[in-house]
Ligand binder design. Sequence first.
Ligand code: COA
Length: 362
Amino acid sequence: MKNGLEDVIAAETRLSDVDGDAGRLIIRGISLEQLVEGASYEDVAALLLDGLLERPVSAGELQALLGRVRAEVFVHVQAMDGSLKNLPPVDAMRALIAHLPDGDDFETALRLLAAPAVFLPAILRLREGKAPIAPNSSLSQSADILAMLTASLPTAEQISALDAYLVTISDHGLNASTFAARVIASTKAGLTSSVLAAISALKGPLHGGAPGPVLDMLDAIGTQENARKWLGQALDRGERLMGFGHRIYRVRDPRADALKGALVPLVATGQVDADRIRLAEAVEQAALAILRERKTDRTLDVNVEFYTALLLDALKFPREAFTGVFAIGRTTGWIAHAREQALEGRLIRPRSAYIGPVPQAA
Ligand code: COA
């Protein structure tokens, strides 16, 4: 029995491969570094879903279809129970997705790709007491998410940055939420059920719930000079430094650099607070140094959440929404894995080792 199923191979997949020793991520045969150079959300969605849906769909067609479906699912926002906005955004988003019909067909997949992109910005606006903005079918998914969030057309740099984020986090081997999606898919429950289970797994702070706390940490540290002292005290209290460490990566998470790169055009064009980035870089360096000194038995390096926090903050997502944005991007991978499992896998049903009491002999 391996606690946490560490190193246990529980599925075969053609979708993505995480090499934790080399710090390499491959998505359908393409390295993350190649993919993130110019690929849009629709490109990576078409790539991941290739051959897994009822019919082929190109990135261009997907953009048009998703535009149409975003407009259709907006009715769920208009019919939404107002009290949902008081929940954490990812929980409100999950509750709205639970209203969608279940199934394994092409339309269900499209609806699940489009719906989170509409629901999250709407929930965020309702939380601020503002009316949700209707989707614009002529925009790409990333552009429309930002337009629905801010009620203004995003800049080219902002659209590219969100595309880079959504591409970077689209799939990542058999992580906890993807495994949850595959378990549900193996029972043939349907894609909506798979995505709901995956969101539930994603929201935990050990998985997709970490980037908000990364910003809390940067705020608490405040200045570059304070970084080492603050981080040392956090470790003294037995806390984990958010945005560092990973179950699989024993070196730097390649997604961190993909996202750091995506910030560059925003910094160069003055669309992000450069002081904040400088503080983050200083905190990163201080954290790496102190983790090296204190955790000598393992390498703890930066993970995807650290630069996720900076990028999504730069795109004006409130920190409590970061997990929801992660879900928008990862839904592509979840659907691809769920379809792969449903088409090729068996019911996932492992066994447990019983360690409780046994009946006494009479
Ligand atoms: N800060 C400080 N110590 C850390 C750490 C971190 N971010 N990540 C791991 N460690 C330490 C643990 O304290 C433990 O040391 P200990 O036994 O002396 O206490 C050791 O490294 C092993 O940790 P373990 O829990 O076995 O690693 P894991 O593979 O189960 O956990 C994470 C991986 C991601 C859950 C873990 O690194 C973590 O909690 N990171 C912070 C949260 C985060 O950034 N999550 C987003 C992940 S993408």
